[in-house]
Design a protein around this ligand. Structure first.
Ligand SMILES: [Zn+2]
Ligand SMILES: [Zn+2]
Ligand SMILES: [Zn+2]
Length: 136
């Protein structure tokens, strides 16, 4: 895993303390985070700045949406080869029904599905719900 500063440089974003802090929190967390989770961990979290930061991180391929079937929008750090034009996070997201945390299962890939003629696939999300290793 790259250090926060290298991640920003690689994705051509100016290095600011705020951006470093946000990436750091993502890297230290073992699970996906909502903006409310991040606000708790940041010293002076201005909601607008945080929102913009998450948006640009998602656009640049630093974080991706970890869709877990809940109402809360969560994000997780991307795989190393995501970039501005393409995300490659085709892994399963696991939602723990006990701690409510959502995990990227980086090595568990979303299975290929074949669609009827006339349907075009743009994105596939797969959520597995259950009990995580910590809650087991
Ligand atoms: Zn990605
Ligand atoms: Zn759990
Ligand atoms: Zn993920």
């Amino acid at each position: 895993m790259l250090a926060a500063e290298q991640i920003l440089k690689k994705h051509k974003l100016r290095v600011t303390q705020f951006r470093l802090d946000v990436i750091d929190i993502f890297m230290r967390s073992g699970h996906a985070l909502s903006s409310a989770d991040l606000e708790q961990d940041l010293q002076d979290a201005d909601r607008i700045t945080l929102y913009r930061t998450l948006k640009s991180f998602e656009d640049k391929g630093i974080i991706h949406k970890a869709i877990d079937g809940t109402q809360t929008q969560k994000f997780a750090i991307c795989e190393a080869h995501c970039d501005e034009h393409h995300h490659h996070d085709e892994h399963v997201h696991f939602h723990c029904m006990k701690c409510q945390n959502t995990f990227c299962l980086d090595h568990v890939f979303v299975p290929k599905v074949s669609l009827p003629i006339g349907f075009t696939m743009k994105q596939t999300d797969m959520i597995v719900s259950g009990i995580c290793e910590k809650c087991d």
